[in-house]
Design a protein around this ligand. Structure first.
Ligand code: ARG
Length: 410
């Protein structure tokens, strides 16, 4: 059986995930794209340490902490966060994420300090463990796993995947796609690296992880199927919905964003919350360049699709989203609807204001992708100033996540 050991994370990809689907550890024959970091910007480090001390009054002398940071940055171009700083920094990076509507719970983020895990297999094994902890039998826990920072001495590990669990997209000869069209190029890349998809391909085949370190280059790891909790989609009133054979994974774990705390970049820091239904029902299932299910659902509902003004798209979208919320609830997997979450977000804003803090908000992301004006977040203006620490996406990371490789190898 597949094992994960907390003590020896570098030696766990032995054995089989299951008899039919062995866990593979394949060397990807590509040079590493890793680079080491420029020296840390001391002003940014100081800004963070001041914030940490302002919000954690019991944490000792600020002056001593700043002196220590300056000495470390002067000598080696970086500095090491204490565990409390790392935890606070990751939580505040979430608090500052202008596109996230779920920030009310920022303090509950569980931070895993994995700064000493340097091998590709160690990173992959801890990603598997992350999935277990976050899934928690359906009672989803927000978790972040922080792998080593990028330093002037050493490039950090990188996870190529956009999320730990994503579904393959297989382009058919006629141009249509089986699975998630967003990952057609990533799927082609891992196939070329030797990934073996299931014998019978489906629209929901989990892609392997690709983890890259500077010493080893990129390596590929199949996730053990038992850590990928999934929800089959049914509808509260329409029995035929189950026949569509839809499913989705329980936990969204974003894995291609860089966490930056006080000037220190952590390129591998996968994090998760729980789903808001519209992310799946409106976007992953509804977008015409994703699973594009609205026309199919409309047809099964018997709607008149010959004219836009019957609003068949809107009606089908609602049923698709009801199905998603219903199915996650039935399966005992945490999920929230966009009305409830919008109200919670306003509670969060009020709390932040009461604490004397600015809360950055990107209206275009916070307003849900359906029924926007029916939610209170639609009807107001927000602070838009960027706040640090935060999570960032760079072009290379996006390129790796969608194409399965850094731009110069594409
Ligand atoms: N929208 C992304 C998806 O559908 C997930 C983004 C993060 N979402 C969250 N609820 N934490 O997979």
């Amino acid at each position: 059986m597949f094992r994960v050991s907390g003590d020896a994370p570098d030696s766990v990809f032995s054995g089989n995930a299951s008899a039919s689907q062995p866990t593979r550890r394949l060397r990807v024959v590509r040079p590493s794209s890793a680079r080491s970091a420029p020296p840390v910007d001391m002003a940014e480090a100081e800004e963070f340490l001041r914030l940490f001390h302002a919000e954690n009054r019991e944490s000792g002398s600020l002056q001593q902490r700043l002196d220590r940071m300056r000495y470390e940055v002067d000598t080696i171009g970086t500095y090491r966060h204490s565990q409390q700083e790392l935890t606070f920094g990751a939580q505040v990076a979430w608090r500052n994420s202008a596109r996230c509507i779920g920030r009310l719970y920022w303090r509950s983020l569980k931070v895993r300090d994995l700064r000493d895990v340097h091998t590709a297999s160690g990173v992959a094994a801890h990603c598997v463990q992350h999935l277990r902890m976050a899934t928690n039998n359906g009672k989803i826990r927000p978790v972040i796993s922080v792998f080593p920072p990028e330093t002037p001495q050493r490039p950090a590990p990188r996870i190529w995947n956009e999320q730990l669990v994503r579904y393959a997209g297989y382009q058919r000869p006629d141009g249509t796609v089986l699975g998630d069209p967003r990952y057609v190029r990533f799927t082609e890349a891992v196939l070329s690296f030797g990934w073996q998809p299931p014998l019978r391909r489906t629209a929901f085949d989990a892609l392997p992880l690709v983890v890259e370190t500077v010493d080893e280059g990129p390596h590929m790891f199949a996730l053990p199927p038992e850590v990928i909790e999934e929800v089959p989609v049914t509808h509260p009133e329409l029995p035929w919905f189950a026949e569509l054979g839809l499913r989705w994974h329980a936990v969204p774990v974003i894995s291609h964003m860089r966490l930056n705390i006080g000037g220190v970049p952590y390129p591998a820091a996968p994090f998760n919350g729980w789903y808001m239904g519209t992310e799946i029902g409106a976007r992953n299932f509804g977008d015409s360049d994703r699973y594009n299910l609205v026309p199919l659902v409309a047809e099964r509902l018997g709607l008149d699709t010959s004219r836009e003004d019957t609003l068949w798209r809107d009606r089908a979208l609602v049923e698709l989203n009801r199905a998603v919320l219903h199915s996650y609830q039935q399966a005992g997997v945490t999920i929230t609807d966009h009305h409830t979450e919008s109200k919670r977000f306003l509670t969060h804003l009020a709390k932040e204001e009461a604490a004397g803090r600015k809360c950055p908000v990107d209206w275009s992301w916070i307003v849900p992708p359906m029924s926007g004006s029916q939610t209170p977040v639609f009807h107001r203006y927000y602070d838009e100033d960027h706040q640090r620490p935060n999570f960032y996406i760079d072009e290379d990371a996006t390129h790796r996540a969608l194409n399965g490789g850094p731009p110069r190898f594409a």
